[in-house]
Design a binder for this molecule. Sequence first.
Ligand SMILES: [Zn+2]
Length: 425
Amino acid sequence: MSKDQRLRGYYDEQLETLPWDEKKRILENQLQRAVMTAFQEAPAMREKLQEAGVGPTDIRSFEDLQTISITPKAQMRQLQQASPPFGGFLGVEPDKLRRIYSSPGAIFDPEGHQADYWRLQGVFFNTGFRPGDRVLNTFSYHLTPGGLMCDEALSGIGCTVVPGGVGNTETQVQLMAELQLTGYVGVPSFLQAIIERAEQDGKDFRKDFHLEIAVTAGEMLTDLSRRRLEEDYGILVRQFLATADVGAIGYECGQKNGMHFADFRVVEVVDPETGKQLGAGQVGEVVVTLLENPVYPLIRFGTGDLSYYEEEPCPCGRTSPRLMKLLGRVDQVTKVRGMFIHPSQVQEVIAAFPEIQAAQAVVEREQDTDRLTFRVVLGSSPEGLASNLQEKIRSVLKLRADVAFISEGDIKEPDKLILDLRKWD
Ligand SMILES: [Zn+2]
């Protein structure tokens, strides 16, 4: 099948192409129902709403959501232990669940009986899978929902699934070749590993295999890795964002210019400190509210992922805004003189200077002022580097910083790109 055929059409044309203002109204109606369900059926959510001083009918718009505090994924384990097994967030009796998963961090994730529970069918259609595809699904089928959530969504849109699961590279190569599989779902690095193994075994991946499409999630898909898969191997590569808690969050369309917000959710990008919604282009935490999901009526679930969105129209015709790059995790964010800085920005600065071997942004506090220093380890030390570096830091971080050249042994906690040494007591 040609790439064009894969990227033509919509899973739900009417819903996906509805002008955003109109679509927002539909989502806000769904939101009102979700808040009502949460208030009536999920004790933990009811408490949160009451804390915020809102009744079941007070949340009428996306903006209204800001009064409700965020439930961070990082707290879920604790909340569930305090009120087992689901922390009071479940909207139905536990015996109405289809499956219960246990995700990393020992968080229990419920799954209800309704069709397309995780809302991934649209995600897989819109990223390019079509009925008749034979898909190797390499997400884990064990404890976490990844494997099964993809499996059911793929079969739901008419694909045949080979439940490969994690690891066993050699077996996966064999499956891919002998079953003439056309699709792959999993992390991008594992697909690379499969291809490498096939080539080590003397196979010509382009000729001997039939892989046409790979849809990835779960780790950063770098431009380089996508280009390699697309150009060297002729595979259509798209990515999506989902979590074990809320299922689908976003997906790439044919345009490859960010991930459209998935349907049946409210996706917000918020200031990690205040929980207030941020505008287009501003980096913050991705927060999700589930709609039309009476099983798990989560209002403002903090995924911990950092991103920003854009809302100018997409040539594909879909109207929902798009999450752009994932920029790391919210617990890696540091605020310096009122500006958030995150590891990917530090990375961006460093990447512009090949002569830098290693670096770390160190935040200190002197006389009530934040001091930011880039401690840099050099391979060689060309002239003018310090001022070029400062200029780059200003353009990426919007902050003035000192630059200190040090030797490698002097980097403290080398696994951290940002080291916050401020003390607040
Ligand atoms: Zn699009």
